[in-house]
Design a binder for this molecule. Structure first.
Ligand code: THG
Length: 367
């Protein structure tokens, strides 16, 4: 197999050596970095996440640090969600849009201090965007990508694992809140968060030279609960209805189309990028919406569907952005982005390599 030349254009994670030792089987590029996306045993990786504890190298969830007198104002200008009530040590899930109201990212925004934020971003160059907007608006803020690399510990036993390492205080953390911690001199922040609906934590490693040390600490401490490696699980997140920016969105997707309405505050000031466009889109009514699909065929199918055409009465009405076999539902399920005339219960066909697969549109989440 050909080698991938990792360099400053395609960086490796501080946990890289550990993931190699764990037998990582595939990587995917994300934020100009390599993200482990398989350890070669999808069944165990899924089971571990649902019943035990799974540890993930998610250092590709890069931080955009915004610090300085105008940091709060800049963060709000970039966010179509009202951040005024966000407290220090609290995180919020925040849609970010361009001037057309198109979704350009959906980070977790972490408020570190009154004048200091991290945007824990999905796959898009928000560092460049934040710097450009700050300059255009004349804001006084320092913007950089700090040495911060999250590791996620997810699953019903994740809390036991994290408590075994850091103490029972972590059990008091509320969803999306975080606090400082240290283990063997490794500085980090611990948040109750993560890209699954199985519960868990994210450790924001703040010293990239200690990635493999942190990996080993978690690996050791998690043994009693059968911890093992995993990654943001493609089927669990579909079952749970979690959006993948760039995976389920295209260059015209607005937050209303992909179920993010509850995170949009249309009353925000016009200075917030995208909010006036979103008011207009809202008044006209979004043209598409994201729903689920269940295919009729109930024989287990490996593989992953990406942006297959969806037809109703022989006419294209949208796409199945992602899909896969659900062990819990024993069906092939997925997300569709379809015109708003297609609703729950509609019968459609998915075009897969020339074959036409019948299915039914349903509500989200699946589980
Ligand atoms: N954690 C951190 N950074 C991230 C992600 C993460 N950056 C990239 C990507 N994931 C950003 N996207 C999301 C999408 C969903 C959630 C978090 C980040 C999420 N959503 C919950 C839900 O939809 O049920 C809760 C949202 C809420 O109601 O507040 O957790 O995973 N650090």
């Amino acid at each position: 197999m050909a080698e991938i030349g990792a360099n400053t254009r395609l960086r490796v994670s501080p946990y890289y050596e550990s993931t190699l030792s764990e037998g990582v089987a595939a990587f995917s590029p994300y934020n100009r970095m390599l993200m482990p996306v398989s350890y070669g045993d999808p069944v165990s990786e899924y089971e571990r996440l649902l019943n035990g504890a799974s540890m993930w190298d998610v250092s590709v969830q890069r931080q955009v640090e915004i610090k300085g007198p105008d940091a709060s104002q800049l963060c709000q200008i970039l966010s179509v969600r009202d951040l005024s009530k966000c407290k220090v040590n609290q995180g919020k899930y925040v849609p970010m849009c361009d001037h057309r109201g198109t979704l350009i990212n959906d980070p977790v925004v972490l408020k570190i201090t009154e004048n200091h934020y991290w945007l824990s971003i999905a796959d898009n160059n928000m560092l460049m965007w934040a710097r450009a907007i700050a300059s255009e608006r004349g804001f006084n803020a320092h913007i950089c990508e700090p040495d911060v690399s999250p590791m996620a510990i997810q699953g019903p036993k994740a809390e036991e694992v994290v408590a075994a390492i850091f103490g029972d205080w972590i059990k008091e953390l509320k969803f999306f809140w975080f606090d400082d911690a240290e283990i063997l001199g490794i500085p980090l922040k611990i948040a109750r968060s993560g890209f699954s609906k199985q519960g868990g934590f994210e450790l924001y490693l703040m010293d990239g030279s200690r990635g493999n040390d942190l990996w080993n600490i978690v690996r050791e401490a998690g043994q009693p609960w059968g911890i093992g490696p995993g990654n943001p699980n493609p089927i669990e997140r579909i079952e749970s209805g979690l959006l993948s920016y760039g995976g389920d969105t295209d260059d015209d997707t607005n937050p209303f189309e992909v179920r993010l309405r509850k995170y949009v505050d249309l009353d925000l000031d016009d200075s917030v990028i995208g909010v006036s466009a979103l008011r207009q889109i809202n008044a006209e009514g979004p043209k598409r919406h994201q729903l689920g699909i269940v295919l009729d065929d109930d024989t287990p199918q490996p593989g992953h569907a990406i942006w297959y055409d969806v037809l109703a009465d022989g006419k294209k009405v949208g796409s199945m952005s992602n899909g896969g076999w659900s062990p819990r539902l024993q069906r092939f399920i997925g997300f569709v982005l379809v015109t708003t005339d297609i609703n729950i219960g509609a019968r459609v066909e998915v075009l897969k390599n020339g074959a036409s697969l019948p299915g039914t549109i349903c509500d989200l989440p699946f589980v």
